[in-house]
Design a binder for this molecule. Structure first.
Ligand code: NAD
Ligand code: UD1
Length: 348
């Protein structure tokens, strides 16, 4: 089975790619490398070579907004008699703060890019799609854990682009029933790394997110962690989130492929998280306990666009996908730290 994996060189995409290849899928990674390194692909290849695994992997440098090149990718695949059976679409931009400064760029890349992809899939009769949506679409919700049917009210442009894409899926699905198979996966906070330490999270520039910042403090690349607010309405005053091991998240995509393959037509919006909420202080404590590192920190004012508490109800994923997260917060800390120690400067 041939999978087109857009954004396959990024943090989440690289872990999905590795799992797909290990399980014998023919993988075509499409990425513009605007937020990732080409070294990722070499790492994946050398990991599989070292394990003596035969694999089918091709990479194409392409921007999803380049319709002509997308056409060529689908057309060439048909000509080579290995048409794309399914698309896992992760290519896009994900920084909330950047989206507040440059919203049109986010609408262009995320929404126009996805529109291009859908148009091309339709033209080449590829109707199966797994998409990376985000928990950010729930916004300021007063009820936790978040369920898929609760109110959608994003509070930043990034979140609004994800909602627009989900709406596009609904329109498309209802316009031609019995044709499309779509799983829109709403990720909570994917963290950690592949246990080998071969691939992991390596944000370009200063990390926006808690976990990569924390491991960079631990390795000495940053002086101290800033905690964005200790005055939230939570048990210890810091923000609460749902951290899910990146391998658990990647496995959710394989389960989604199985789900799509066993259904004639579907459109499902599904939370992927651990189902547990941890505060920033709890994350620091667990990281210190698991790794023996001391994390210096200071308390800063709240970050714009943050919500106090966000964690998932994952019963739909368990039921529909027959999937459950298996890895603990301790495992997340150990694997994230293993990656950072083996790659103090990331992929560079
Ligand atoms: P990432 O930035 O590491 O990966 C995204 C990849 O897409 C990068 O390799 C980048 O080069 C590529 N890309 C960006 N714009 C592109 C374009 N126009 N054409 C082709 N490739 C392009 O991010 P990630 O953490 O791996 O996230 C992947 C997806 O998951 C994103 O869509 C993001 O919105 C979504 N998501 C991520 C999180 C998270 O916490 N990491 C949470 C919820 C949703
Ligand atoms: C953020 C985005 C979310 C996006 C995801 C992946 C915001 C508001 N949300 O999720 O839309 O899908 O990243 O890109 O940006 N924290 C600190 N210090 C730090 C970093 C974070 O205290 O240096 C705190 C935050 O205030 C929050 C928690 O740690 O309470 C987690 O933050 P983060 O890792 O950025 O994830 P989200 O905010 O959930």
């Amino acid at each position: 089975m041939r999978v087109l994996l857009t954004g396959g060189s990024g943090f989440i995409g690289s872990h999905i790619a590795l799992l797909l290849l290990e399980r014998g899928f023919d993988v075509l990674i499409l990425d513009s490398f605007v937020n990732s390194s080409t070294n990722v692909i070499n790492r994946i290849k050398s990991y599989l070579n070292n394990k003596d695994l035969k694999y089918k992997l091709e990479t194409i440098n392409c921007d999803i907004r380049d319709k002509k090149l997308l056409d060529k990718v689908f057309n060439d695949s048909i000509k080579e008699k290995k048409p794309i059976d399914i698309v896992i679409h992760l290519a896009g931009l994900k920084s909330v703060s950047e989206s507040l400064i440059n919203p049109l760029h986010y609408w262009d890349v995320n929404v126009i890019g996805t529109l291009n992809l859908l148009l091309t899939m339709k033209e080449y009769e590829c109707y199966s799609l797994v998409f990376s949506s985000s928990a950010t679409i729930y916004g300021l919700s007063d009820s936790v854990p978040m369920t898929e049917d609760q109110k959608i009210s994003p509070i930043n442009p990034y979140g609004k682009t994800k909602v627009a894409i989900e709406n596009m899926f609904s329109d498309l699905y209802h316009s031609s029933m019995n044709l499309w198979k779509i799983c829109s996966l709403r990720y909570f906070n994917p963290v950690g790394a592949h246990p080998s330490g071969v691939i992991g999270e390596d944000p370009i520039g200063i990390p926006n997110n808690l976990f990569p910042f924390l491991t960079q403090v631990a390795i000495g690349r940053r002086k101290h962690l800033q905690i964005f607010g200790d005055d939230w309405e939570t048990k210890d005053g810091s923000g609460i989130r749902d951290y899910i091991h990146i391998i658990d998240l990647a496995e959710g995509h394989l389960s989604s492929i199985d789900y799509l393959n066993s259904n004639d037509s579907c459109l499902e919006f599904i939370n992927l998280g651990s189902g547990i909420g941890y505060s920033v202080f709890q994350i620091i404590s667990q990281f210190e306990l698991s790794t023996g590192c001391k994390i210096p920190y200071s308390i800063q004012r709240r970050r714009d666009g943050d919500v106090p508490i966000c964690y998932a109800d994952i019963s739909k994923a368990k039921k529909l996908l027959d999937w459950s997260p298996m890895r603990s917060l301790e495992q997340i800390c150990l694997d994230g730290w293993n990656w950072q120690m083996k790659n103090p400067k990331g992929y560079s």
